[in-house]
Design a protein around this ligand. Structure first.
Ligand code: CP3
Length: 348
């Protein structure tokens, strides 16, 4: 058996059927863990933590050490890309990200892709460090925000309800938004390629704000850039599987899977799992999508939600995950409980 096959996440993404399913959780490193809060305080700020390869590698490994997860996900943020392109990015305590908004083609000219990979060099160093320290059965996932989701933050300068500001802009100035998406597509390809060069074994594209777009906007803003990124990565890293997470696109999931050619599709909280399992081509692996709120509650609620999800996935190969990131108020013991339920193969 090759080293490749020894990692359950890589096996399932290569098309093997596995029971129990491999498990990892979006935002598995973060504020719900006391050991994270300690290192975050030592780093001084969230961004300082992201750019410190020793601390970022440690934070990446914390949940893998504490729980028997099948993957580590690189500790970084989707907004490091706009920052490396020259946008001013800050994280305000308790308020989330703040960026200097880019709203016109003129504003785009101030961004500069040249030197982007140099500015992101600490992230690639984190990837190398984690890869060197990972247990043999654990895979390393690299990631980026998908162009549309990153664009929404760049346009609005912050999170707005349903990212309405960015959606409006897509109607008001389609030429500008297309140019921004094109720049971000190119940047994302080189960023993810460099992560794979450094040792990332799987790549996930977070398209958190894909849901709620009017149907005619999905092709230019979500499908086309994702298809281009997947095609470019497959040329350079044909063996690195790609997971797409187009959060909340519901009935457009089968079209997303077919047209983008991702290896796996991450389902989100609220998606109809049985319908997705019936309509998404069988050679596309499913991932997801336990409600993060059920993980906060724990106990019987968690057990019921897990049982239901396992039943809804039926006989399809899938990767167990949440339908969105772990919330800060999640008790770490509930994550341990969840991993136990999955590993026992029978949540009862
Ligand atoms: O999943 C992981 O464990 C890997 C690390 C990771 C982070 N952010 C760390 C983080 C990943 C994959 C992300 C992705 C990300 N970042 C997305 C897409 C997925 C999603 O959750 O929707 C988005 C939209 C962002 C942008 C972002 N980063 C926001 C809106 C915020 C503030 C909200 C919040 O929860 O505080 C962040 C901050 C952030 N990114 C934190 C972490 C651990 C919290 C920072 C802190 O320590 O205070």
């Amino acid at each position: 058996m090759s080293a490749f096959r020894a990692k359950p996440l890589l096996s399932i993404l290569a098309g093997e059927q596995l029971a129990p399913p491999p498990i990892w959780l979006m935002r598995q490193a973060g504020r719900y863990l006391p050991e994270y809060r300690e290192l975050r305080a030592r780093a001084g700020s969230f961004l300082a933590l992201c750019y410190d390869p020793i601390l970022a590698a440690e934070v990446t490994l914390q949940p893998v050490r504490r729980f028997q997860l099948d993957a580590a996900i690189l500790f970084a943020d989707i907004l490091l890309v706009p920052q490396a392109l020259g946008a001013d990015v800050r994280f305000e305590e308790g308020e989330g990200p703040r960026l200097a908004p880019v709203t016109s083609v003129h504003g785009l000219r101030r961004l500069n892709a040249h030197g982007m990979l140099d500015r992101l060099a600490p992230v690639f160093e984190t990837v190398r460090r984690v890869r060197a320290e990972l247990p043999a059965k654990v895979a390393l996932i690299g990631f980026a925000g998908a162009p549309w989701t990153v664009a929404t933050y760049m346009i609005a300068g912050r999170a707005t309800p349903d990212q309405k500001d960015a959606k409006l802009r897509a109607y008001q100035d389609p030429g500008f938004v297309a140019a921004l998406i094109a720049d971000l597509t190119a940047a994302t390809i080189s960023y993810l390629c460099a992560q794979a060069d450094a040792g990332a074994e799987v790549l996930q594209l977070f398209d958190t704000w894909a849901g709620g777009l009017a149907e005619p906007l999905l092709e230019p803003l979500v499908f086309a850039p994702t298809r281009e990124i997947v095609a470019a990565l497959k040329r350079r890293h044909p063996k690195v599987p790609i997971i797409g997470f187009p959060r909340g696109i519901g009935l457009h999931l089968p079209a997303y899977a077919r047209t983008t050619r991702v290896d796996a599709v991450g389902l989100a909280t609220g998606d109809d799992v049985r319908l997705a399992a019936a309509l998404i081509p069988r050679d596309v692996v499913l991932q997801g999508c336990l409600d993060p709120l059920a993980l906060i509650v724990g106990g019987k609620t968690l057990q019921n939600a897990v049982e239901r999800l396992l039943a809804d996935m039926g006989d399809r190969p899938f990767v167990f995950n949440l339908g969105h990131g772990i919330l800060p108020e999640t008790p770490p013991e509930h994550v341990a409980e969840l991993v136990r339920m999955i590993r026992n193969g029978d949540p009862k």
